[in-house]
Design a binder for this molecule. Structure first.
Ligand code: HAM
Length: 423
């Protein structure tokens, strides 16, 4: 056992799997970038009160899972458990909402939740997220959902599902909450569940334990208690999703672990991931900005789990990020050849060709082994003869054939053949 190990529940990505991780992260962010969302780089830690107020004191994420510490100036800070509260704080602080609305932003990076680690549930988790703030147009809800769906589809994922519902608003939810509370009061529930119901009755709806679940068959549902505005809004969102050809499933019992959601709320789950099947989720949060001291602007966004999306790709057997790490591998077999190789390597890379070389003066056999391991389809071999003749040998690793090229022409030739192959 090595003396130091990564903290418990923290996944690391190193080659070759890290290339799949990067591919997934890029694919998750691509549709939003393509749709004109601007990038925001957020602090990894923030004022603890921002999360308490923004995400909600009663949520597990805030009450049980935050990494909170006091800094040297006696301030209470927390590692960010999610990205939405920070984005909203930044919009208010930097007055980003004073220009054209909606403000559309995307972000990516690590988030921290002290959960019990298991397959797909980590203490440092990676997300790609977007937030569209300052608009309650239902077409914007559909855009956000469509961008997530497009990201998964671009990766080639098939075995996932979109669950959708509306959680109502500040007008209709309190009345529904009361109806639900009265319903729950008649059930046979243990003390911890009653306490949970008192804190947030909606969360009891999500209880999977049979002794609770079996009593919830007739539970009143939010979707049946929406006010006229929320109902219209939800109907429009679904209409726009149909226009965008996105498929979903009605999920009237969908409960999310964060308190800020209002109206449209959604979750993507993957059927091969077992208990931790949520690969992404999001929704509207119409009261959030006001609750952290900003104007009363509404917003909607998502957070897509990069770690779990990678697991989903692997579970579906998708070859994301596969392929050689370089296009060309240079093998020098004399001291003079090493000088030629270093020059050639710089030229290749400048020409946009991914290239590496054999270091350590390992001789032809050892260097060819390294070339083979690199997976490069072409290997440039330079020995004493080649240095004297100012040429190189280019070996095609698939066909095993070898061809001499002049030092002058080799970069152009390699570039041409790599471009031809990629077309
Ligand atoms: P969330 O549902 O808490 O939403 O997290 C989004 C995604 O992050 C999840 O669907 C899951 O894929 C991944 N995730 C969460 N916790 C873990 C974990 N412990 N291990 C691995 N992956 C995890 C949010 O965070 C909201 N901020 C999303 C949002 C943005 N809503 C509106 N705007």
């Amino acid at each position: 056992m090595p003396e130091f190990q990564a903290p418990k529940g923290v996944p690391e990505y190193f080659p070759p799997r890290s290339s799949a991780f990067l591919t997934v992260r890029e694919a998750l962010a691509f549709p939003a970038q393509h749709a004109g969302y601007g990038y925001i780089e957020l602090p990894v830690f923030e004022d603890t009160a921002l999360f308490v107020r923004g995400v909600g004191e009663s949520t597990d994420v805030v009450s049980k899972e935050m990494y909170t510490f006091t800094d040297r100036g006696d301030r209470s800070l927390s590692l960010r458990p999610e990205g939405t509260a920070g984005v909203i704080r930044s919009i208010v602080e930097n007055r980003l909402d004073k220009g054209t609305l909606p403000v559309k932003l995307w972000y990516a990076g690590p988030f921290f939740r002290a959960e019990r680690p298991q397959h797909g549930r980590y203490r440092q988790l990676q997300q790609v997220g977007i937030e569209a703030v300052g608009g309650d147009d239902p077409a914007l809800d559909a855009e956000v959902i469509t961008l997530a769906d497009e990201a998964y589809r671009r990766l080639g994922l098939r075995q996932y599902r979109l669950d959708l519902t509306s959680l109502g608003c500040a007008q209709c939810r309190p009345a529904y909450r009361e109806v639900l509370t009265n319903f729950l009061a008649q059930l046979d529930l243990d003390e911890p569940t009653r306490a949970r119901a008192a804190l947030n009755p909606l969360r009891v709806l999500d209880d999977k334990r049979p002794e609770v679940h079996d009593q919830l068959g007739d539970a009143p549902l939010m979707v049946d208690h929406l006010c006229a505005e929320c109902r219209d809004h939800y109907d429009s969102v679904r209409g726009f999703l149909r226009d965008a050809r996105v498929q979903w499933q009605e999920a009237p019992r969908l409960v999310r672990g964060l308190d800020y959601y209002t109206r449209t709320t959604f979750e993507f789950t993957h059927e091969l991931l077992g208990a931790q099947s949520g690969i992404g989720g999001g929704g509207r949060y119409d009261g959030l900005m006001e609750s952290v001291g900003g104007d009363a602007l509404s917003g909607i966004g998502f957070g897509l789990g990069t770690d779990r999306t990678l697991l989903a790709c692997e579970a579906e057997g998708l070859d994301v990020g596969a392929g050689p790490r370089v296009d060309v591998f240079v093998v020098p077999i004399s001291d003079a050849a090493r000088h030629v190789s270093v020059g050639l390597l710089a030229e290749l890379r400048e020409a946009g060709i991914r290239a590496d070389m054999a270091y350590g003066g390992r001789g032809l056999k050892g260097s060819m082994k390294a070339a083979d391991k690199s997976g490069a389809p072409r290997v440039v071999i330079i020995g004493e003869d080649e240095v004297a003749a100012q040429n190189v040998q280019v070996k095609d690793m698939q066909q095993g054939s070898q061809q001499a090229m002049t030092r002058e022409e080799v970069v152009g030739e390699l570039r041409r053949s790599i471009m031809e192959e990629s077309q």
